[in-house]
Design a protein around this ligand. Structure first.
Ligand code: AMP
Ligand code: MG
Length: 306
């Protein structure tokens, strides 16, 4: 608990920290502090209209900042702690500043599962905003080293939690008036949520509010070529399934396991990019289960509008 209280103190002092979560590494700040949140946007180089996810310790704490309806509670009970973010009406006075919500009367909330994130939340005692620790528009960091290289310079303290077990951002689902809407596909798949609360609508109308929905989000420097059966000369290759090995080949999952591919996606995009290839070619990934989220990130890395 020693390190966790050190990080909690840094948050209380208005400083930024690097926080491991099960999805990706977060750049975290006190959600109640507009000054800390402003510093966070600045460190990420992120457009200010993008609202942030508030991380809390448990369902009770979530109910302190958000009005969760029956559907939201069903999802919360099923997937918290875990990689599901719920957008719900903000409970005024809940301690998430306007800047963290980008002025919206809604709030995005999640209970993370990573033991270190949970320790820091417990020691801090209030909501923590923690977008991915990359600079805006770059792939999310899934290792401590990548997180430090991206935004470590802006932080007062950092915690190494090892490689992120999920490796993909949380699923974002909106439970407001009307049908539930999938704002961002992620680690919790559409199918498992639909089994519990019925059909999810797509929410392209929210595109401007969701940074994960901007073109060229998660983008490496090299161009990305999708659905490539094999690499062309000079290209790095992200394979999926049995493939020839080579210095420029990164296999997301030789056994075609989508969960394994998710944990490796951003690490391999970065590793491939570091070779300064002509392009990063990516094997076709099936659009099922976690494949929906993986393909969503890949299309954005390639610069296609979602
Ligand atoms: P990240 O920066 O990876 O933590 O992503 C936060 C995600 O949650 C983005 O897709 C945001 O647009 C979305 N989000 C956060 N708050 C809200 C909100 N109040 N309404 C809609 N989307 C939100
Ligand atoms: Mg991000």
């Amino acid at each position: 608990m020693g390190r966790a209280s050190e990080l909690a103190r840094a948050l209380s002092a208005g400083d930024l920290i690097i926080l491991p979560t099960e999805t990706v590494y977060g750049l975290a700040a006190d959600a109640a502090s507009p000054a800390a949140v402003a510093q966070l946007y600045e460190a990420k180089g992120r457009p200010r209209f993008n609202p942030l996810i508030s991380h809390v310790g448990d369902l009770d704490a979530a109910l302190g900042i958000a009005d969760l309806d029956d559907r939201a509670r069903v999802l919360a009970n099923a997937f918290w702690p875990g990689p599901l973010t719920i957008v719900a009406p903000y409970r005024m006075g809940g301690g998430v500043c306007d800047l963290a919500r980008a002025g919206l009367n809604t709030v995005a909330v999640r209970v993370p599962a990573h033991p270190l994130a949970r320790q820091v939340l417990k020691a801090f005692g209030g909501p923590i905003v923690a977008p991915s620790a990359n600079r805006s528009g770059r792939p999310s960091p899934t290792t401590f080293a990548d997180a430090m290289a991206e935004t470590g310079a802006f932080t007062a303290a950092a915690l190494d939690g090892g490689p992120c077990p999920v490796g993909l951002e949380s699923t974002v689902v909106a439970l407001l008036d009307g049908p539930p809407r999938l704002l961002r596909p992620g680690a919790v798949t559409r199918a498992v949520m639909e089994a519990l609360i019925g059909p999810l609508a797509e929410a392209e109308a929210d595109a401007k509010r969701s940074p994960g929905r901007l073109t060229r989000h998660y983008a490496p420097s090299a161009p990305v070529r999708l659905a490539a059966g094999a690499p062309a000369p000079g290209e790095a290759y992200l394979a999926f399934g049995p493939a020839p090995e080579g210095p420029h080949v990164f296999n997301l999952s030789p056994s075609r396991d989508l969960a394994e591919a998710a944990t490796r996606l951003f690490t391999y995009l970065r590793a491939a990019d570091a070779l300064a290839p002509r392009a990063i070619a990516v094997a076709p990934i099936p659009e099922e289960g976690l494949g929906e989220a993986i393909n969503d990130r890949l299309r954005r890395a390639a610069g296609f509008v979602g």
